[in-house]
Design a protein. Structure first.
Length: 394
């Protein structure tokens, strides 16, 4: 089996991709022969396995777009740059082309976003940071589009359902990743739901690349009845294994957050995950023909993958958002009208009805996508949908 786990892949949800297109007036002919996409991705470092999934996904989106006639009749291609989850390196790469980029997608990693956003604002760039912390995003409204809704709201209904399925819990430990503000926001939301239900919640901090045994021992000293895991996929697998080794056999007492949904989790955690719950926005078994096609290609690339990384549908959709925005604003690639076109694209993209996502259609409202939310459970080492929450207001 070809593994998707790369050397030094130690977890955490990141990816970071930046699209820059020189692209004005509706129905105008593009002046470019080819749309160039600059993608600042995680090519090296501990998160490189996410970067590989992102590159594969974006390449598939480009392939599908080009097979259907391109963007406004012109082909699209991607140039990749390495950000290595380093704010300074990200800024260096960004400054290479921000003066001439019509559309910027990224960064994904929350620790990089604060460094990039002031540059976007100064240049009045049309930026689509796919995993921007909601708190950072609010600071830059209305000149901002993001690839996710306010993530601190997403766990509320799934966590409530998880509590119903585990009545009587009085103490819960959360494994958290303190360096990622987006993940901390999600953990804080989970805590609020549980504390409202009268549950004592204790946080145990984890870091990439360290042994999870000590974190699990510290957690079990609290004698909790349940566990939430808000760390990366590799660390999550290690934590579940350590809990199992120390006697936690009822995996329904464990709920894993959205960003750990990656094939690395299921590869490393095989044999230990069944029964664990998960909340997220991705139904891996969606019947959408486009999703089934993409899923088939992903599994062909990574044989044995039973769950596709949570970054995949988001990255795929953001490439299509660029296509939709350019075609519906008539962008042409006229560099002399760069600022005018940026403004048009931002105005169009902040509010879109029935955006054709690869999993399902959804709206963009004031710069935030309106996703569905799912409670899922691992069965036979695969996530199966348990509950679906529709028409949520973010």
């Amino acid at each position: 089996m070809k593994s998707i786990i790369r050397k030094n892949a130690v977890g955490g949800l990141v990816g970071f991709f930046l699209i820059s297109l020189l692209a004005v007036g509706v129905n105008a002919e593009p002046v470019v022969k080819e749309w160039r996409i600059q993608c600042i991705n995680v090519i090296t470092g501990p998160y490189a396995f996410f970067g590989e999934a992102i590159a594969f996904t974006m390449d598939q989106a480009v392939k599908d777009i080009n097979n259907a006639g391109g963007i406004a009749g012109k082909p699209v291609a991607i140039d990749y740059y390495d950000e290595a989850m380093d704010p300074a390196k990200t800024v260096t790469e960004l400054n290479k082309f921000i003066d001439k980029s019509l559309v910027i997608i990224g960064p994904i990693s929350a620790n990089v976003s604060p460094a990039a956003m002031p540059i976007y604002t100064r240049h009045k760039a049309f930026a689509i940071p796919p995993f921007l912390s909601p708190f950072v995003a609010e600071q830059y409204q209305p000149w901002m589009i993001t690839g996710i809704p306010p993530m601190q709201k997403m766990p509320i209904l799934p966590i409530k359902e998880w509590l119903k399925r585990n009545p009587g819990m009085k103490t819960v430990v959360q494994f958290t990743w303190p360096l990622d503000p987006l993940w901390i926001a999600e953990a804080n939301s989970q805590r609020a739901v549980m504390e409202e239900a009268g549950i004592k919640v204790f946080d145990v901090e984890c870091s990439a690349g360290v042994d999870m045994g000590s974190a699990v021992v510290k957690a079990m000293d609290r004698k909790p009845e349940g566990y939430t895991i808000n760390v990366g996929p590799v660390e999550t697998a290690k934590i579940v294994k350590e809990l199992d080794k120390r006697g936690v056999k009822d995996k329904g007492k464990i709920i894993i957050f959205a960003n750990a949904d990656d094939a690395a989790l299921f590869e490393l955690g095989a044999g230990y995950l069944d029964g664990c719950y998960n909340w997220g926005s991705k139904d891996n078994n969606s019947s959408s023909p486009r999703w089934q096609s993409l899923k088939k290609r992903y599994i062909a690339k990574y044989p044995g993958s039973r769950s596709i990384s949570a970054v995949v549908p988001i990255c795929y959709d953001m490439v299509y958002l660029v296509k939709l925005a350019i075609e519906n604003t008539g962008a042409t690639g006229n560099a002399a009208k760069l600022q005018e076109e940026r403004a048009k694209l931002m105005s169009y993209s902040r509010n879109i009805k029935n955006f054709p996502g690869v999993l399902y259609d959804y709206d963009f409202v004031n710069g935030f996508p309106q996703w569905r939310v799912y409670l899922l459970q691992v069965k036979n080492n695969e996530l199966i949908r348990v509950e679906e929450y529709l028409n949520l207001k973010w």
